[in-house]
Structure formats: C-alpha cells, structure tokens
Ligand binder design. Sequence first.
Ligand SMILES: Nc1ncnc2c1ncn2[C@@H]1O[C@H](COP(=O)(O)OP(=O)(O)OP(=O)(O)O)[C@@H](O)[C@H]1O
Length: 241
Amino acid sequence: MDTISSSSSGPKEHDGPVLKVAGLTKSFIVHAHGDLALPVLRNVALAVSPGECLALVGPSGAGKSTLLRSLYGNYRADAGSIRVHHDHAWAELVGAEPRTVLDVRRRTMGFVSQFLRVIPRVATVDVVAEPLLRLGADPAEARDRAEFLLALLNIPQHLWQLPPATFSGGEQQRVNIARSLIVDYPILLLDEPTASLDAGNRDRVVELIGQRRDAGSALVGIFHDVGVRELLANRVFEVSP
Ligand SMILES: Nc1ncnc2c1ncn2[C@@H]1O[C@H](COP(=O)(O)OP(=O)(O)OP(=O)(O)O)[C@@H](O)[C@H]1O
C-alpha cells in the first residue's frame, strides 16, 4: 500500500513522551440518583512516546472509553494532569481554556471514533478535507489528499460528491477514518477504529494506522479485536474497575 505523507509539520519533532498523564481521577455524578458519585478513574498515570501504540485493556465497564475521552477533553477530569507536547511546549489539558483544547485538537491530537458526526449537505470529499483546510492547506491539495484517502479506504468514487448521511455504517466509519488521518497528528487516540469493517477494510485501516505509528505518531487506542491489538499495540495499559 502507498505510504501517505502530509503537508503538516509531521509527528517526529520530539524525543521522549509526547503525552503524559498523572494522578488522573474522574467520577461521574448521576443526577437521576440523588447526585450519586460513580468513581471510574483513580490516579491513572501513563506516558506515550512517538512510535508507540498503547492499548487500553480491561473488562467492560472498567473505564477505557472514559479514559480515552478524558484524554481528548470530552470529559472534565476531577483531578490530575494530562500534558501534551504541543507547539514545542507542554500544554496542560486539565482545567485548560476551551481554546487551548481546540488548538491541541486541531494541530496535535486526533481522535478516530467509531461514529461519524455527519454534517448535513456537505459532500464526503469536503468532510474529509476539512481538518486540513482548517490548518490553512491549499484547497486543491486538501481535496487531492481527501480523494487519495477515500480511494485507499475503498469508498467508491461515485459517492465522493454525496453527503455521507445515507452511507452504510462501515462506509461512514471509513469516511471518519479518512477525515481523522488527513492531518498527520503527532498523537492519535483510537476508539475501536475497525469495529464495523469487513476483513479487507479492517486490514487496510490497520496498515494505515501502523504506518502512522512507524512514522512516529504516538497512539493510544481501544481495540477489542485481539488480532488488531496484536498488530498495532506495542504496550498495554490495564484500566482497572
Ligand atoms: N456519561 C456517563 N455518565 C454516567 N456514567 C457513565 C458515563 N459514561 C460512562 N459511565 C460509567 O462509567 C463506567 C466506565 O464506562 P466506560 O464506557 O468508560 O467503560 P469501558 O471500559 O470503555 O467499557 P466497554 O468495554 O464496555 O466499552 C461504566 O460503569 C459506565 O456505566
């Protein structure tokens, strides 16, 4: 398979960890039950370096998704620190201003989820190109790269001009992967990136993500498929309930 390169500065800028988590603690407050506190993460500490892929493992309900979403800033931590190497410095995400979190997401830390947040009426090729355009890329170059990724991920060409709202689950997932990989993020969070894919597409996505790891991205992921985990992860992190 072709190796893709990006117009962004690329992941290999820093030796040592690019993501450092310490003392991370998170409870959910369940308002329907008298503001009951449900502790999920207690004192989590981890670090991930360029070229590494850390798999989050643990039983269902242990807190893997909560940890991944907390790293991306979707959930607010109660205590602790999430530091990301961003713009040649360290950005602390716990307690950060929303604009800091958004800037880290735009340039440094991508998230590949199972589900595409469909934007109505926007053509698939533009959905995929958008993260690169936001970084100021040339529109023709962003479009070329979007088309390249869509072809690589087996999205038929006649679908590229249509909005992905009516696509199958697996097609939407591949559009989402193309959109998440169009920027060469130094850190990539992966939530079951191959969940609804057939074997051929799963292998292609695994290869693409493996290329990112080998090119120096730091990956943290949830991979329920043991075969996928074994191909991608070089370390595991046990999330305890
Ligand atoms: N938004 C929320 N509000 C309240 N409780 C939540 C919320 N999200 C998750 N939880 C609870 O936190 C715990 C951890 O959930 P989480 O989804 O992180 O587990 P997981 O390890 O990813 O599980 P699985 O492997 O089944 O996806 C569960 O008990 C869940 O019910």
